[in-house]
Design a protein around this ligand. Structure first.
Ligand code: PEP
Length: 250
């Protein structure tokens, strides 16, 4: 049995004061969660979020990590810095990083190596564009992204990684993949992991769905056998909505 994992991706939202208010409201609402709960907050909120969640069942994640240890990399944040601030998880290869900031399969791979080397738990995002789905290329794209991200990664390290399947056309659009589409593609991604690492890693790996997941559609998605949780953008910014999602994931 894979324990579901629900992770909020706050993106570039929530000042420190807003972070305090959201986490304070959220904690009692998710205290009895049956899944792992993560909030991936902006860099400037990590230390505060870690302080507020200390001793709770919620852990904190970042939204990216540099692929170098330290040095002349203006604008980047190192794994050491994230860990010292209190991050446990890190999102890698989010489609917004790929779309707006030139992230590639190769750079995602370098960041994944760095996260694993530093014991940060990675959430690797993959997913196709609308034109790719319409062109029948969903599997080809997901395979390329998974193989690219995991290039040279050992089975032991792969087993520590979460994948988030996020069809780009469903992110922030209100257009969710159907339960069947999400389940089918996640099953396909698991088969790609199986081809790389064998049954044990593939069967144990948690693969989330992400893309306009919300309090209304979470039950249908979570009922599907391949879907092990969610990466939640918009709906993670409201304690009530996020807690419904968390408490539905069992
Ligand atoms: C995301 O940012 O990973 C995401 C899935 O966003 P949303 O839930 O808003 O579609």
């Amino acid at each position: 049995m894979r324990k579901p994992i629900i992770a909020g991706n706050w993106k570039m939202n929530k000042t420190a004061a807003e972070c305090r208010a959201l986490i304070t409201e959220l904690l009692p609402k998710v205290a009895n969660a049956k899944c792992d709960v993560v909030v991936c907050v902006p860099f400037t909120d990590i230390a505060l979020a870690a302080e507020l969640t200390a001793g709770s069942n919620v852990v904190v994640g970042a939204q990216n990590v540099a692929w170098a240890d330290s040095g002349a990399f203006t604008g980047e944040i190192s794994a050491d810095m994230l860990k010292e601030a209190g991050a446990t998880y890190v999102i890698l290869g989010h489609s917004e990083r790929r779309q707006y900031f030139g992230e590639t399969d190769a750079s995602v791979n370098k960041r994944l190596v760095q996260a694993l080397k530093n014991d940060l738990k990675p959430i690797v995002c993959v997913g196709e564009l609308l034109a790719e789905r319409e062109g029948g290329k969903t599997e080809e794209v997901c395979k390329r992204q998974v193989e690219g991200a995991f290039d040279g990664i050992s089975a032991a390290d792969a087993a520590k990684t979460v994948i988030a399947y996020e069809p780009v056309w469903a992110i922030g659009t209100g257009k969710t993949a159907t339960d069947e589409q999400a389940d089918e593609t996640i099953g396909y991604i698991r088969s790609v992991v199986k081809a790389l690492y064998g049954d044990a890693v593939a069967d144990g790996m948690r693969i989330q769905y992400g893309g306009s997941m919300n309090a209304k559609n979470v039950a249908g998605l979570m009922a599907k056998p391949q879907i092990d949780g969610g990466l939640i953008g918009g709906a993670s910014l409201k304690a009530e909505d996020f807690s419904i999602i968390v408490n539905t994931a069992k």
